[in-house]
Design a protein around this ligand. Sequence first.
Ligand code: AGP
Length: 625
Amino acid sequence: MCGIIGYSGHRPAVPLLIEGLHRLEYRGYDSSGVAFMQAGKLHVVRAAGRLSALEAKLAAEPSMFSTCGIGHTRWATHGAPEERNAHPHLARGGTLALVHNGIIENFQELRDELTASGCTFRSDTDTEVLACLIEEERKRASSLLEAFARALRRARGAYAVAMISPEEPETVYAARLSAPLLIGVGAGECFVASDIPAFLAYTRDVVFLEDGEIARVGRRKGREGGTDEARAWELFRLDSLAPIHREVTRIEWDMQAACKDGYKHFMLKEIMEQPRVIAECIAGRVPADPGRDEAEGVSLPELDGLAVPRRLRIVACGTSFNAGLWGARLLERFGGVPVAVEIASEFRYRDPLLEEGEAVLAISQSGETADTLAALRLAREKGCVTLGLCNVVGSSVAREADAVLYTQAGPEISVASTKAMCSQMAVLLLLALYWGRRRGRKGEAGLLAHLRALPALLDGELPSMRETAARIARACAGARSFFYLGRGPAYPLALEGALKLKELSYIHAEGYAAGEMKHGPIALVDPEFPTFVVALRDEFFPKIVSNIEQVQARQGRVIVLTQADGRNGCGKLHAEEIWTLPACRPELASFLALPALQLFSYEVADYLGKDVDQPRNLAKSVTVE
Ligand code: AGP
């Protein structure tokens, strides 16, 4: 995710902005920039790459008399990670600079309107559109605050923004909607930031912004040139500009904890981020207005120029392979495209027969996995259309594929992949619906509405999920081996659950198609060999119940991850542990089961004292064979 920092106070602003951006580096970025006021003039300095590139440019730009500014580290989701797309973005008339974290879903509509009124743009970003919209609104508003509010009321999607302007050279404006932003309150100085580490070295007093609120920090010079001693910080409702009173919160975290949002490990933070990840993954791709679902359906403009393939071959490794296996069923069912899923390291040496009209989809969070990249290159050599599904913008897979879909999950720091798989599954579901519609198939009535509601459903469930995971983990942490069983969409989940347990706790675990157990592996079942069964309430439920009974008949311990008895109550469940998730549309049940499996592995590994974020022998991106 992007990192935002703003400052207004009595100290030189730019060094504080740079220090704050360094504190936010762990969030991942590929470009950065600062804007600052000095002698009434607005300066903007930006650079692609690491912060050191920005610092080098700043060395040539005097800024020691500036006490007000904003800074940004950008994690590219739209637009290549180049300087021209880096933040801050200047409004066309140079009257303000803006930094932004999130996605403005209706930015194209706003861009078209502004272009029609004579605005021109230098970047591909939604941020520059918002900056120009504020400047445009300023012509009609009675104050900068009002112009800021009027423009934000027209923006749809998720944003955290900060702005400065020569009109009020000692003031930083900020606002948030579904993306974090907070105020740091110091002695005669104020910060705004997307995360606490950015200013924790200077103050522990924090004011948290809520969605639909605007903050104004620092002193402001009225339009007539007078300077009234404003409060160091003020909050307003976005819709009415009514003032808001909010208590200051004292932060007791240390810096290390603060980088993980207070979570003990990045992995836990990234598991708990999954509701937001789903929301950001579908933003701009699913109509914001449910009334437009049937008429418009899913939008994936990156693929509009490509024919729907006659067949699809998915190549991937590890967790990304499991995501591809999960998505294949939906791509066939909703998309009408026959799919084969292959482990990339096998595919690349098999001299595969690829048919006319067959496309190859490489799924890779990092976009740098050697085997997956080699498989993609082989597909290109064979004349196939190649697609990428990546999280890292501008990565090798993303650059070398004919078209790429980004998961927009934000950087995944923990070596064990969690939110990346969730976002890959979400994009694969959207791709299935998108191709289905292009082939003239009726969109799945109501599915998009349930998909929109999924982040809130998952968000509400995660706290109790974590408690249950921790309880069961303590009861099972002594096991030497585990079976994970699933059928249909739960089979890839069983593979992923086993992979997570192996790579985090070093306990041996086998993921298996439940129907396959009786062909040999069932010989392993005994009381010391727990079986974790993913029993989603779908058409496979009756079958999985009998698989559970087969294991129990051989004194196997069974943990069942299931759902509340929604529509098909067929088959009573009996097991040592029955972990019940909420009922939901069967196509979306995996988005509830996946975090449960991740949390179980996390709690086992943490309980056993393992290095959760950096498991032994593992690398975040396997760039070698
Ligand atoms: C998942 O937890 C592992 N870290 C690993 O299996 C990973 O999914 C695999 O190496 C593929 O990585 P990629 O998605 O970046 O290509």
